[in-house]
Structure formats: C-alpha cells, structure tokens
Design a protein around this ligand. Structure first.
Ligand code: SF4
Ligand code: SF4
Ligand code: SF4
Length: 234
C-alpha cells in the first residue's frame, strides 16, 4: 500500500466529520496530571494551521534530513463543497479548503516501535520519556516501521537508520530550545510542553480546550493532541 494511502487512513478520523468533536477513530481526553515525571506533549490546533509547510521545512533543516524524507507532513483534507458543515455561513469561506492535519510520530506512551526493536536503537529517553533513536544501534531491520500503527517512521536513506519525530530532543531540547516546528509556526498552531507541569501553558490549555488523540483504541497512548475545527452553531 502506498505511503499516501496509508496516511489517509491515519487522517480519516480528522476528516470532514472532524467538525464535530470526538469523531470515530479519535477520542477526546480529559487531561490529568498524576506524576512527577515529565510528559511532553504537542498540541496541533487545526483551527490555526494554514498549511504553509514551514514546520516541515524547519524540521528538515534542524534535523538534517535528506531530500524527500520528513518527520512531519501536512495533509490537506478534501471537503465536499456542498457539505453544509464546510461552509461558513454568511461568507464565501469554505472551511474544508483550509483544513490541514499534522501527520507525524504520535510519541506514544506505550510505543510498539520501542517494544519490537531488537537492538534497543528505538528507545525511550530516560530523562524526558521521549521516544527517540540511538543511531549507532540501528540494524535497519524495519521492525519498528512495521510495528508503528501510525506509519510515522521511515528509514533515512543517507544513514540507513530508522527515524521519527522525537520532539527535536537531540537537535533542540538538549540546548534548552523549543522544537523547530513550534518555533517556526507563525500562526501558533503548535504548542509544546510538559503536561505534568501544572504551570506550563500546555497543561493549562488542555484543561480548557477539547482535544482529541488519534486512534487511542490501539492502546498506544499517543502524546499528540489535536484541536479539531469546531463550527459554531452546527
Ligand atoms: S507513533 Fe509510531 S514511531 Fe511514534 S512512538 Fe508511536 S509507534 Fe513509535
Ligand atoms: S530498524 Fe533500527 S530502530 Fe527499527 S527495529 Fe530495526 S534496529 Fe530497531
Ligand atoms: S518536533 Fe522537531 S522533529 Fe518533530 S516535527 Fe517538529 S521539528 Fe520535526
């Protein structure tokens, strides 16, 4: 199955029906903090993303990815222009025309890629809990790619090492900087932080905003949160 078709399956739950919170395949989450350990999360606000792609470009540079490979994609979801939910009443605006979804590693709390890796290359960073890679250990066997239910991993064809979005752990966080895509996004569509820190913006945001996770039925406990477009009055 092609990469695009696979990723379309991923996107289904934030499709045209995503104008309604908690559609099939996603679940809304009530955020609670019950641990002293950090839990880094990223929030993608579908209402703010314009699909400019600058997050992807900045990621490619920050993480030195070869041409044609990317840790993050933006998919534009096609909407039926006759779908009343897509039309912003009183304007010519078609909400579905500007509806994008971030496709990237979900930073699972229960990560199959880590479980299946025979060498320990795919692992969870002890300090931050972020799923990342030890490139020196990767055998290139692709078990992790097969195990990832979000099709979020790939082989870097220059290094022959498996790769995933690690919240810029090694390129930015170690230097005390935010992930490149978060810094780059001029529309504030991406928010990053420690959900277990009650003083963090992201923890406060998730207490008041309805957010969903992708396919929580997999049991992977993804750390990405999506704020879907909500059409007032629909
Ligand atoms: S989304 Fe895939 S690559 Fe990312 S942590 Fe989950 S299983 Fe691993
Ligand atoms: S490709 Fe590398 S990271 Fe993935 S399972 Fe094989 S050894 Fe582990
Ligand atoms: S957090 Fe870093 S690695 Fe992940 S998509 Fe953003 S820039 Fe790329």
């Amino acid at each position: 199955m092609s990469e695009n078709r696979e990723r379309r399956r991923f996107l289904k739950c934030l499709g045209a029906s995503s104008l309604i919170i908690a559609p099939l395949g996603c679940s809304s989450v009530k955020e609670e903090s019950d641990s002293n350990k950090p839990h880094y999360v990223m929030v993608f606000d579908q209402n703010k993303c314009t699909g400019c792609g600058e997050c992807k470009d900045s990621c490619n540079v920050a993480n030195n990815l070869p041409d044609g490979k990317s840790r993050v994609l933006l998919e534009q979801l096609s909407g039926d222009s006759n779908d009343a939910q897509c039309l912003d009443k009183g304007t010519e605006d078609n909400l579905c025309d500007r509806k994008y979804v971030r496709v990237s590693c979900q930073q699972c709390q229960n990560a199959p890629c880590v479980t299946v890796c025979p060498t320990g290359a795919a692992h969870r960073d002890k300090k931050t809990g972020i799923v990342t890679m030890d490139a020196s250990k990767c055998a290139g066997c692709k078990y992790c790619i097969a195990a990832c239910p979000y099709d979020a991993r790939f082989i870097n064809n220059e290094t022959d090492v498996a790769d995933n979005c690690d919240f810029c752990l090694n390129s930015k966080l170690v230097k005390g900087e935010l992930p490149a895509c978060v810094t780059q996004c001029r529309y504030d569509a991406l928010i990053f932080g420690d959900m277990n820190d009650p003083t963090s913006y992201v923890s406060k945001l998730l207490k008041v905003k309805d957010a969903v996770r992708i396919k929580p039925g997999f049991g992977t406990q993804p750390s990405l949160r999506y704020i879907p477009i909500v059409k007032v009055g629909v």
